[in-house]
Write a protein that binds this ligand. Structure first.
Ligand code: AMP
Length: 590
């Protein structure tokens, strides 16, 4: 069931998806059947399904058998198999086709990167979802054929495992794949930067060249994009510092000596030529923009851009304010929803603001199950957090308004794999659910009986930072730590801020945040002082860039980077503590 590629491609791919959506439940049953046919007899499945002849079974019976016999699993359950594959074992343990590539999931939310299977199917579904997302966007925001995209994308370093498998992030494999080139041909939109810029391995130099080329082609740029919003915010804050050098390079058709990677230099120099007129125009714009604190930078410098597209939900919410500042009146469109393990849903309503965006599940990409989660229910409280769970249901049985954890069975050898993402069913697109991304499931802040998730922390930080905004200061980034080394333990929140603010206000922000945690366990523990006062540490400018550099040096990719919102990583804590310039203690709960 592949989408057709004919002349009227936008409509073809939308028709393909609309048709699938009408019968999403049946399509899921068939998708599971295809996965099991392709990987029938692999070691992992054999232990649960034995030697059952699946060809004799109808798809519905197979679905019931699969979900009753194969247990729910986590990454740890697949790790020994993936490790053997990485070491060169080619026996069919997870998939019948030998695996040649492994992906690193960003894993920065848990402080640890994980290997995840990656196959040709992964690159193909990436191409499909990007085409589909682009088709829905172009209905609302039509773009010119043959135009350019300023894509702030980055490959990570690739390496080989002991068994010779290529390892890199999923985006890295995709940018290196045939599908990445095909997508440009099919959508008739071309990225400004050559492959050498995307894969240089040095994100600072790549960012400089992305911006330089984006400006060199500024009149042709139809939209600006990145995987996660973080990269766009990072790039434009670098631009605030480097714009003069970039203008000089455009004027002279040359490259600043800061770009010292020979392949990247050569590829960029081949593209640019001296353009003093453009350079002066950009310089004029930047001088004006400086006085506006760079508000409206994007439409000013890219006058033909129709929108900015990136993942804006979940842990990216914190960057929305800054992105809106740069984008001015230009619409912000949330990109699609997926993970290294599998793509999940497409944004079919691109005109919705990021706060309201939902993702329609694509029922051919994987087989999805949904574990119902309840916040208040007594009984089987999960050890992961304070949510109670029910039995997983198939896509056809989900209910609007209910929260679920997503479980994936993929073409790449993961079976009933708990992804750890919490979503809410917001409605249906024909017969397929539209999901609202809520948060990562794992608890991040806990000292004793208190339980707070990333979402809880996000809300608390939003409350605290309101006082900052009122004082004209900006929160650049944040993280936290549950300090259990002392007694009583306490929460520590680290803020990097831009601008001057009175100490009194920072003290108020600290108490405001302490009082804003509504989790019952926290409130009770604070009242009885079994959790100590919340501490707010202000770190010097550039601290979060040091943290990014640490992760990049350890194999993370800029394209998939998400600042960890809570950390127990000793290296990160050392960076944070060394860079702390001011400390405040909450006076809430006197
Ligand atoms: P990675 O492991 O680097 O592939 O990151 C995948 C994770 O990023 C997902 O499991 C989600 O937690 C998060 N993510 C991906 N797409 C979105 C989205 N559209 N909105 C919110 N979070 C997302």
């Amino acid at each position: 069931m592949e989408p057709a590629v004919t002349n009227n491609k936008t409509n073809d791919i939308i028709d393909w998806f609309e048709h699938l959506s009408e019968n999403a439940g049946q399509v899921q049953t068939q998708t599971l059947r295809r996965i099991l046919e392709l990987n029938h007899g692999v070691e992992y499945l054999k232990q649960w399904l034995g030697d059952i002849n699946i060809n004799d079974m109808d798809a519905c019976a197979l679905e019931s058998l699969f979900t009753s016999m194969v247990p729910l699993a986590s990454h740890a359950d697949f790790e020994p198999y993936i490790q053997r594959i990485a070491d060169g074992d080619t026996s069919p343990s997870l998939t019948q086709q030998p695996m040649t590539t492994l992906s690193l999931s960003s894993g920065t939310t848990e402080g640890k990167q994980k290997y995840v299977p990656f196959t040709r199917h992964s690159a193909q579904t990436t191409l499909q979802i990007l085409r589909l997302g682009a088709a829905y966007r172009s209905r609302v925001y039509p773009i010119r054929e043959g135009g350019r995209i300023l894509e702030l994308i980055y490959s990570s370093k690739q390496f080989k495992t002991k068994g010779g498998l290529a390892v890199g992030t999923a985006t890295t494999h995709y940018y290196a794949s045939e599908e990445f080139k095909i997508k440009q041909e099919i959508t008739k939109s071309f990225t400004c930067s050559p492959e050498e810029v995307i894969s240089s391995g040095d994100y600072k130099q790549s960012t400089y060249c992305h911006l330089l080329l984006g400006l060199f082609f500024s009149n042709q740029v139809e939209f600006i994009t990145s995987t996660f919003a973080y990269s766009i915010v990072m790039a434009f804050s670098a631009f605030e510092e480097n714009w003069k050098d970039i203008c000089n390079d455009i004027r002279e058709g040359n490259l600043s000596p800061r770009i010292n990677l020979p392949k990247m230099r050569k590829s960029v120099l081949k593209i640019i030529s001296p353009d003093p007129f453009l350079a002066s125009k950009i310089e004029g714009c930047c001088e004006e923009l400086q006085n506006l604190n760079w508000g409206g930078l994007i439409p000013k410098l890219w006058p033909n851009a129709k929108y900015v597209c990136s993942i804006l939900t979940g842990s990216m919410q914190g960057y929305l304010k800054k992105l809106r500042h740069y984008a001015g009146e230009l619409p912000l469109v949330s990109a699609d929803y997926g993970s290294t393990e599998s793509w999940i849903g497409v944004n079919v309503d691109p005109s919705l603001p990021p706060e309201k965006v939902t993702y329609a599940v694509i029922p051919t990409f994987s087989y999805y199950e949904f574990i119902p989660l309840y916040r208040q229910k007594q009984g089987c409280i999960s050890p992961i957090d304070d949510l109670a769970e029910d039995e997983p249901v198939p896509l056809s049985k989900v209910k609007v308004g209910q929260e679920y954890e997503i479980v994936l069975t993929t073409f790449t050898g993961l079976y009933r794999y708990r992804l750890g993402d919490v979503v809410e069913v917001a409605g249906f697109h024909k017969g397929t659910p539209k999901l609202n991304f809520i948060c990562r499931r794992n608890l991040i802040l806990t000292v004793n009986i208190d339980k707070n998730t990333e979402k809880d922390l996000q809300l608390v930080v939003e409350r605290g930072s309101q006082l900052l905004s009122e004082a004209g200061t900006e929160l650049v980034d944040f993280t936290s730590h549950a300090n259990v080394a002392n007694h009583p333990g306490n929460y520590v929140i680290y803020w990097e801020i831009k601008g001057e603010v009175e100490e009194r206000i920072l003290g108020e922000c600290c108490s405001e945040m302490d009082a804003a945690f509504v989790d019952h366990g926290y409130v009770v523990s604070r009242r009885t002082n079994s959790i100590g006062p919340l501490e707010l540490c202000i770190v010097e400018r550039g601290t979060f860039r040091k943290i990014l550099d640490y992760f990049i040096a350890n194999g993370a990719a800029m394209s998939q980077f998400k600042t960890p919102r809570c950390t127990a990583n000793q290296v990160i804590l050392r960076i944070l503590n060394m860079c702390t310039i001011k400390r405040f203690q909450s006076t809430a709960y006197p």
